[in-house]
Design a protein around this ligand. Structure first.
Ligand SMILES: *Cc1c(COP(=O)(O)O)cnc(C)c1O
Length: 455
């Protein structure tokens, strides 16, 4: 799955001087396929646990081919009524799947990064408009100040969105998190009590390390008590828990926020690129993004001009894949996919936990598992504390698993401790894949321990 890539070889195979003369398309495409192959990563495969990447369900992959073949420009309704209607329908389905307020507006972005960028731009418009300021027309000079509240575990893409929006990645109030990386509601209330004026709060559904969820019911209540605040929820993968009966408690009160980010290219298992932004109130969303008049009026026919909802004008018709994925899976199939991935994460955690020297660091509430490996010499309990020998051994095991090739996963640092990170997000991963992978991980750990033994 993961194999060593010889960068120079790859450059040579794919490169060469600028072609001066034409070449037949079959030759070009066959040559590209051959030359690129050694540099491809099996991220779409069933035993790739490296990041929350998802795969591509067959209907979405085929719809993606159609999207390329049709080559529709999706900026304006008149450029492709079919693309606009696919987005309109997919948008309504998504709102219903997540249980969000009917009438919310939806934008189809490149990914969750641009979805959060869009949502925070809408938030910026809304809180400043209430303070008597039009940010799109008049910019920041002389504008009322905005408080931005994030948590210590907000995703890096929240900070990059703030950076791009002129709100500053460091000019934020950071709320401390608990042992699972969840925003502490008591600390949020203390922070909010200290600030006044226009306020944007960014919460998270699904921590990239633990899978943990910020306590939305308490956050919604605390933010709702402020006179001029907007609550954004980054649920790039965690939002999909809302679709699973029995897991939706993790996102209780989700509908009480003002905007949401998620990725279809993660857990809906559509090909890249496919992020989604949803705003309860279409007006600030429209005002922040539109190329046209900054006020929002539904046209008589309600035709969807996509440029009103995303930062781009001309772009790929992303709605077709999302439409096809939802249609082929249905609500039950999607719930099955997400629920199955989470059950597989628990299965892997349970099998690993039983082995000697293995510590699971997180509560496995979603699809994420953090694993630490202590060397045989380590004192009991070393897996749960910052211990250099355990850090080092954990990294060795990760390296050995990557070299072994049965599955692929990477490392992370959680609260100062090196850990292996397992993310399960592919529709095609089976129990057998999970079991084979756990066997390989434990075999690599045993071999790494044997290699440590003094000669
Ligand atoms: C993946 C992820 C993002 C970024 O998503 P992209 O689609 O890569 O832009 C943002 N937030 C969270 C919580 C994520 O897991």
């Amino acid at each position: 799955m993961a194999r060593p890539v010889d960068l120079e070889k790859l450059r040579t195979a794919m490169g060469g001087p600028l072609p001066e003369e034409p070449q037949g398309p079959i030759d070009v495409v066959e040559g590209l396929a051959r030359a690129a192959e050694p540099g491809l990563v099996g991220t779409a495969g069933p035993r790739y646990f490296g990041f929350v990447v998802g795969g591509g369900v067959p209907a979405a992959l085929a719809a993606d081919w159609l999207t390329s073949a049709w080559d529709q420009n999706t900026g304006l309704y008149v450029l492709s009524p079919a693309a606009a209607v696919a987005e309109e329908i997919a948008a309504a389905w998504l709102i219903e799947l997540f249980g969000l307020p009917a009438g919310s507006s939806v934008g189809f972005t490149t990914g969750a990064t641009m979805a959060s960028f869009t949502a925070i731009a809408a938030a910026r418009h809304a809180v400043l408009e209430r303070a008597g300021w039009n940010i799109e027309e008049d910019g920041y000079v002389g504008a009322p100040s905005i408080n931005v509240v994030v948590s210590d575990e907000s995703h890096v893409t929240i900070f990059v969105s703030l950076q791009m929006l002129g709100l500053g990645r460091s000019r934020v109030h950071r709320v401390p998190t608990d042992d699972q990386g969840r925003m502490r509601a008591d600390a949020l209330r203390e922070t909010l009590a200290r600030i006044e004026g226009p306020t944007i709060v960014c919460a998270q559904a699904g921590n990239v390390n633990t899978g943990g969820f910020d306590p939305l019911p308490e956050i919604v209540e605390a933010v709702g008590a402020l006179p001029n605040a907007w609550l954004h929820v980054d649920g790039a993968f965690g939002l999909w828990a809302a679709v699973v009966p029995g897991m939706d408690d993790r996102v209780a009160a989700l509908a009480g926020a003002d905007s949401w980010t998620t990725d279809a290219h993660k857990w809906l298992n559509v090909p890249y690129d496919s992020g989604i932004v949803i705003c309860r109130d279409p007006a600030p969303h429209h005002a922040a993004m539109t190329l046209g008049a900054a006020y929002y009026v539904e046209t008589a026919g309600g035709e969807r001009d996509s440029y009103n909802w995303v930062p781009e004008s001309s772009r790929r018709a992303r709605g077709f894949d999302v439409y096809a994925a939802i249609k082929s899976l249905g609500r039950s199939g999607l719930a099955g996919l997400v629920g199955r991935n989470c059950a597989l994460a628990r299965r892997m955690a349970d099998s690993l936990r039983d082995a000697e020297g293995v510590t699971i660091l997180n509560d496995v509430v979603l699809n994420q598992v953090l694993v630490r490996f202590s060397p045989p010499s380590a004192p009991v309990g070393a897996g749960l504390v910052a211990d250099a020998a355990t850090d080092d051994f954990t990294r060795r095991v990760i390296g050995a698993v990557q070299a072994d090739g049965t599955c692929w996963l990477g490392g992370t640092t959680w609260h100062g401790m090196a850990a292996m990170r397992i993310s399960v997000s592919n529709w095609s991963t089976t129990e057998a894949d999970a079991d084979i992978s756990v066997e390989a991980i434990l075999r690599c750990a045993r071999e790494a321990a044997a290699n440590l033994a003094p000669a």
